[in-house]
Design a protein around this ligand. Structure first.
Ligand code: AMP
Ligand code: ZN
Length: 119
């Protein structure tokens, strides 16, 4: 991937981001358009399009994304009141950036899981 991918460019330092945690394999940075008091994106540095591709292609790296998400949740003081960790995937999931990212949301009650009841 690389130059065509927004989040690969953030990993490469070509586009600025407010990084809150970095490991050998992952990066966590603040969402540019936050939907909650805390809204952080956690990504693998290596390019995978979505969580299904990542989990099937490199389960250990998927685990790294979860571990970094938990560490950031702790850093941000979210463990007591709770938080939401979300992977939008594909068209129905509303995914816009096709480099897998966990949305870590918290800092206030987040309301129902979905805006509408689709069942
Ligand atoms: P999704 O719809 O799940 O693909 O989410 C993409 C997210 O990336 C949105 O919440 C955007 O606000 C966020 N985003 C887009 N560009 C940037 C950027 N340059 N830095 C940080 N977050 C971004
Ligand atoms: Zn990428």
């Amino acid at each position: 991937m690389g130059s065509d991918c927004l989040f690969c460019r953030i990993v490469a330092g070509e586009i600025p981001a407010t990084v809150v945690r970095e490991t050998d394999t992952t990066l966590a940075f603040r969402d540019i358009d936050p939907k909650a008091p805390v809204h952080i994106l956690v990504i693998p540095k290596e390019h995978y399009a979505d969580i299904a591709t990542l989990a099937q292609g490199d389960p250990a790296l998927a685990a790294d994304v979860l571990a970094t998400s938990a560490a950031v949740a702790e850093d941000e003081g979210l463990l007591g009141d709770g938080f939401r960790l979300m992977f939008n995937t594909g068209a129905y999931g509303g995914q816009e950036v096709f480099h897998v990212h966990a949305h870590l949301l918290g800092g206030a009650p987040l309301g129902p899981m979905l805006a509408r009841d689709l069942a």
